[in-house]
Design a protein around this ligand. Structure first.
Ligand SMILES: CC(C)(COP(=O)(O)OP(=O)(O)OC[C@H]1O[C@@H](n2cnc3c(N)ncnc32)[C@H](O)[C@@H]1OP(=O)(O)O)[C@@H](O)C(=O)NCCC(=O)NCCS
Length: 173
C-alpha cells in the first residue's frame, strides 16, 4: 500500500532482527507497553509462525519509499465486522527517521485502508498524555480526544494518564 512517503508492506521472518532491536531501545519504547522484550530467537520464531494478516489482526511494516528502509510498524487489532471498529498501534523504531513526516503519512495510509478496504466505521487508539509527538500526529490526521484514562501506564515507578482517541469514517485528514 502506497502513501506519499512510505509503503506499508507485510512483515516476515527477515524483519525479526529490526523488530528485536527496536523493542530493546529504551528511547523507542519509552511511552509504550513493552511487556517483556523477548530474545531474538523468540522474535524470529514468532515472525516465522505468525499467520498471514487476517481481518482481526493486520500488521504492516513501514518502509520509506525513497530508500526502501524498514523504519517501523503499524497495526490494526480486534476489527469486527459487527462493530466496524478496530484499534490502531504505530511506532517508528529507527530514531533517525523521526520528525520527517513518516508517521503522519503511515497513519493516513493505514486509516485509508481501514475505512476503504476493511469498511471500518471507527478506529481508536490510546496514547500517554505526555507523548506530545504521537498525540500531535494523531490529532493532525483527524483523531479527537474522547476521554482520559487516569494512571493506566507506569514508567520508572511513576503513573501516567492516557488519552483515548477516535477517528470516524469521513474524518480522516
Ligand atoms: C511518535 C512517532 C510515531 C512520531 O513519528 P514521526 O514520524 O516523528 O512523526 P511526524 O514527523 O509525522 O510528526 C511529528 C510531529 O510531532 C512534533 N513533535 C516531535 N517531537 C515533539 C515533542 N517532543 N513535543 C511536541 N511535539 C513534538 C513534530 O514537530 C511534528 O509535528 P509538526 O509537523 O506539526 O511540527 C515516533 O516518534 C515514534 O514512533 N516514537 C516512539 C514510539 C511511540 O511513541 N509511538 C507511539 C505510541 S502511542
Amino acid at each position: 500500500m502506497l502513501g506519499d512517503l512510505v509503503k506499508l508492506r507485510p512483515m516476515g521472518p527477515s524483519d525479526a532482527e529490526a523488530l528485536w532491536r527496536w523493542n530493546h531501545d529504551p528511547d523507542v519504547m519509552w511511552w509504550m507497553d513493552d511487556g517483556y522484550a523477548q530474545p531474538l530467537a523468540q522474535v524470529e520464531k514468532w515472525m516465522a509462525e505468525r499467520p498471514r494478516n487476517t481481518y482481526g489482526d493486520v500488521l504492516f511494516g513501514i518502509e520509506v519509499l525513497a530508500d526502501a528502509k524498514l523504519i517501523g510498524l503499524v497495526a490494526l487489532h480486534d476489527a469486527e465486522p459487527e462493530t466496524g471498529c478496530a484499534t490502531l498501534d504505530i511506532y517508528l523504531g529507527e530514531k533517525e527517521y523521526w520528525g520527517r513526516g513518516y508517521a503522519t503519512d503511515a497513519m493516513r495510509t493505514i486509516c485509508r485502508y481501514g475505512f476503504e478496504d476493511m469498511r471500518l466505521h471507527k478506529i481508536t487508539l490510546t496514547v500517554v498524555t505526555e507523548n506530545q509527538a504521537a498525540h500531535r500526529v494523531y490529532q493532525r490526521v483527524g483523531f479527537v480526544d474522547e476521554g482520559r484514562l487516569r494512571q493506566v501506564f507506569r514508567r520508572d515507578g511513576k503513573w501516567y494518564d492516557q488519552f483515548t482517541m477516535g477517528l470516524l469514517e469521513g474524518e480522516l485528514r
